[in-house]
Design a protein around this ligand. Structure first.
Ligand code: COA
Length: 255
């Protein structure tokens, strides 16, 4: 599908994406790169990172991959700093790394619950925290006129309740709270825009194959309002809008 955006709408931007080597994260890496951004990918699996970077580079996108676990603050710091060392600055942080599995609450151990909270919620906060000094207005490598952008990928599970997803529902609710609170504090203090996207079921992703019933994975969309699931491209286009100069900008009352 053709992008509705100008191909250079993210030209000159440097984006770091956790979970950027697969699924929705990789589509964002690809589309951000196709629209002019330089891309750094962080993930736990060396081979996934390597393959993803090779694909991006074959498309002519400046791309680098770093192995790392968002649960480890030392990894978060190392990857953020390595990104800035490679590309000179950081404009965009996308938190797309997530963990998930279906399990009834009574069979889920507290450590299983904590594992997903650690990846999705604490990991998102850790990455934001490590990236703050580079994303803030006037941060290293940035001009003094504008701050950077954080995009947190959430979900819709927690809007009501979802079978066998208590851990992820709690974790994504926390991610949404982080998004709102950082948008308030860092938007005001540092001119950093913080937005979230909460995809529903998205085709051709691990989440879809791992979490949804076989009938839906087999194309039985009768229960879906639009008789289809979303596409990774849909999420990437929404992300480009938010990340771009066209996106939701601060109006500075002092100008
Ligand atoms: N059902 C129930 N509990 C599970 C589980 C499952 N399918 N998978 C892991 N757990 C529990 C473990 O039992 C363990 O708890 P315990 O110590 O009380 O036994 C805890 O979670 C940690 O498991 P571990 O395998 O050590 O975690 P990990 O860090 O290696 O793996 C996961 C992280 C669990 C999130 C793993 O599913 C993963 O990495 N998935 C890939 C990414 C992904 O899921 N993406 C989905 C996008 S929607």
């Amino acid at each position: 599908m053709e992008s509705p955006f100008k191909p250079d709408i993210l030209r000159g931007k440097v984006a770091l994406l956790t979970g950027g080597g697969s699924g929705i994260g990789f589509e964002l890496s690809t589309q951000f790169g196709k629209h002019g951004a330089s891309i750094a990918i962080m993930g736990r699996r060396k081979n996934v990172i390597h393959d993803a970077v090779s694909v991006l580079q074959s498309l002519g996108i400046p791309a680098v991959g770093f192995e790392g676990d968002v649960r480890k603050p030392e990894d978060a710091r190392r990857v953020v700093e390595a990104t800035v060392e490679k590309f000179g600055k950081l404009d965009i942080l996308v938190n797309a790394a997530a963990g998930n599995f279906l399990v009834p609450a009574e069979d889920l151990s507290p450590n299983g619950f904590k594992t997903v909270m650690d990846i999705d919620s604490v990991g998102t906060f850790t990455m934001c925290h490590q990236a703050l000094k580079y994303l803030k207005k006037g941060g290293p490598g940035k001009d003094s006129s504008t701050g950077g952008f954080i995009l947190n990928i959430s979900a819709t599970l927690h809007y009501t309740a979802s079978w066998y997803q208590i851990h992820v529902s709690a974790a994504k609710a926390a991610v949404d709270a982080l998004t709102r609170n950082l948008a308030l504090e860092w938007g005001t203090d540092h001119d950093i825009r913080v937005n979230g996207i909460a995809p529903g079921p998205i085709g051709d992703t691990t989440g879809m194959s791992k979490l949804l019933p076989k009938e839906i994975n087999d194309g039985g969309y009768e229960t879906m309002p639009l008789y289809k699931v979303g596409e990774k491209w849909d999420i990437a286009m929404a992300a480009i809008y938010l990340a771009s100069v066209a996106g939701y900008k601060r109006n500075d009352p002092h100008c």
